[in-house]
Design a protein around this ligand. Structure first.
Ligand code: PMP
Length: 443
């Protein structure tokens, strides 16, 4: 059981101290350090279904889901079985293996605008490759991104990015040259006029726009209806390409990602040119992908002049995890995800309202997050969500953690349910909500 007292985190605290002596900040990815919420980062040692267990033996109902990949729940038996069988056959040979095409086929079947796909190992690599392709295909240098959107940590994409940079309020990163930073134009999200102005001024030098399909790295902030389609039409009028980043939303926001929801109401010819996927497609192992129209994708080596490669690309163990996850991600799984997301977001909203805490629940398909503070109108931009009362999230987060619920350790992240969040798991979360809402009210 979870006590939430200091004594219950002794082992995590000791492990963090030890890690900090050899690993910067004790972490291999910044948000894990609990920098913005404070307290002892929990060292997690196992997970089953909707729950994770820390080094002190505390169990938590998990709302991080490994930051997205654990769509079916932790240690989902068919996924673990597929991984064990793949691993027993050898961890990879640096030659092609049969599962790679099967995984590509499964992804292509879900996203009609993707005709060819290449597997890589991380979302960062996927977006990096997509951008190189956009530049290679257009022969143009400039890239547009939106403030608060996160596309991984490659040099050109750290300008006003979400995720850990939003959590730590960083405008960018040291070590990025002004020349590189200057090739990224950062615009406010959901602002078609700003896009039009930039295209009017630099149109013939813009290779493309990269956007999260729905922004989920500054909390959840979906595009306004019609924005993504209008952005695509504008880019295409100027000969520029659109990269839709579905690393986080892909096969999670819906069976076909967030564009799968949006594209239903859009004319056939209006499609992004390139897509990036990650997280769910690797089922928890390092795997991501870049895909798009055939004539663009065939610009990649060995067919074309745009180079991209990877020792671990299409690794058979990762491919096995991805395949098993997509196989399990059937209509019934999405129905469970959707029901869990609705019930939980409703319960959080109700608890906060009862406690008199101003807030707003933000949604993008099965993804959601909660903004603390007065948001009478739906926020549209990063600047608007930066007004949120993160100090209330901090109090809420710790009350939830003490009560046995693991939330993202930052107000600027999406909350992730899994298809394994059953009535028992959701009820456990609901039991903790009144105390957490009271803590947020008192903060
Ligand atoms: N794009 C988006 C939308 C993401 O959410 C992330 C990671 N959170 C990335 C790219 C980068 O992926 P990775 O961390 O695997 O490099």
């Amino acid at each position: 059981g979870t006590t939430g007292t200091d004594a219950a985190t002794d082992r995590s605290a000791a492990l963090q101290e030890r890690a900090a002596r050899v690993i910067p900040g004790g972490v291999n990815s910044p948000v894990r350090a609990f920098g913005s919420v404070g307290g002892t980062p929990r060292f997690l040692v196992s997970g089953t279904g909707p729950c994770v267990t820390d080094a002190d033996g505390n169990e938590y109902v998990d709302l991080v889901a490994a930051w997205g990949p654990a769509l079916l729940g932790h240690a989902h038996p068919p996924v673990i079985d597929a991984v064990q069988r793949a691993a027993a056959a050898g961890l990879g040979f640096g030659a092609s293996a049969p599962g790679e095409a099967e995984l590509a086929e499964k992804i292509i079947a879900r996203v009609p605008a993707v005709e060819r796909l290449r597997l890589v190992s991380t979302g960062t690599e996927a977006t990096m490759t997509a951008i190189r392709l956009a530049r290679g295909a257009t022969g143009r240098p400039l890239l547009i991104k939106f403030a608060g959107h996160y596309h991984g940590h490659s040099d050109g994409l750290l300008a006003e990015a979400g995720s850990g940079l939003a959590t730590l309020s960083l405008p960018g990163s040291a070590g990025v040259t002004p020349e590189t930073a200057g090739q990224t134009l950062v615009l406010p999200y959901n602002d078609l006029a700003a896009l039009e102005a930039v295209f009017a001024e630099h149109g013939d030098r813009i290779a493309g726009i990269i956007a999260e399909a729905a922004a989920c790295n500054m909390g959840v902030l979906p595009p306004e209806p019609g924005f993504t389609a209008a952005m695509i039409e504008l880019a295409h009028r100027h000969g520029a390409l659109v990269i839709l980043d579905e690393v986080l939303t892909g096969f999670r926001a819906s069976a076909a990602g967030y564009w799968g929801i949006e594209s239903a109401g859009v004319a056939d010819g209006v499609q992004p040119d390139l897509f990036t996927f990650g997280k769910v497609v690797g089922g928890g192992l390092p795997l991501a992908a870049v895909g798009g129209r055939v004539e663009l994708m065939e610009q990649l080596a060995p067919l074309g002049p745009v180079y991209q490669a990877g020792t671990l690309s299409g690794n058979p163990v990762a491919v096995a995890a991805g395949l098993a996850t997509l196989r399990g991600a059937d209509d019934a799984a999405y129905a469970r995800l959707s029901a869990a997301s609705e019930r939980l977001s409703g319960a959080v909203g109700a608890a906060l309202s009862t406690a008199g805490v101003p807030h707003r629940v933000q949604r993008a398909g099965t993804l959601f997050s909660v903004l603390f503070g007065d948001f009478a109108e739906a926020p549209r931009t990063y600047a608007e969500v930066q007004r949120q009362e993160a100090f209330r999230y901090r109090a809420f987060f710790h009350a939830m953690l003490d009560g046995g619920v693991n939330l993202p350790p930052s107000a600027f992240e999406a909350w992730f349910v899994t298809a394994a969040h059953d009535d028992a798991a959701l009820s456990r979360i609901e039991e903790v909500l009144p105390a957490a809402a009271a803590a947020a009210a008192a903060a």
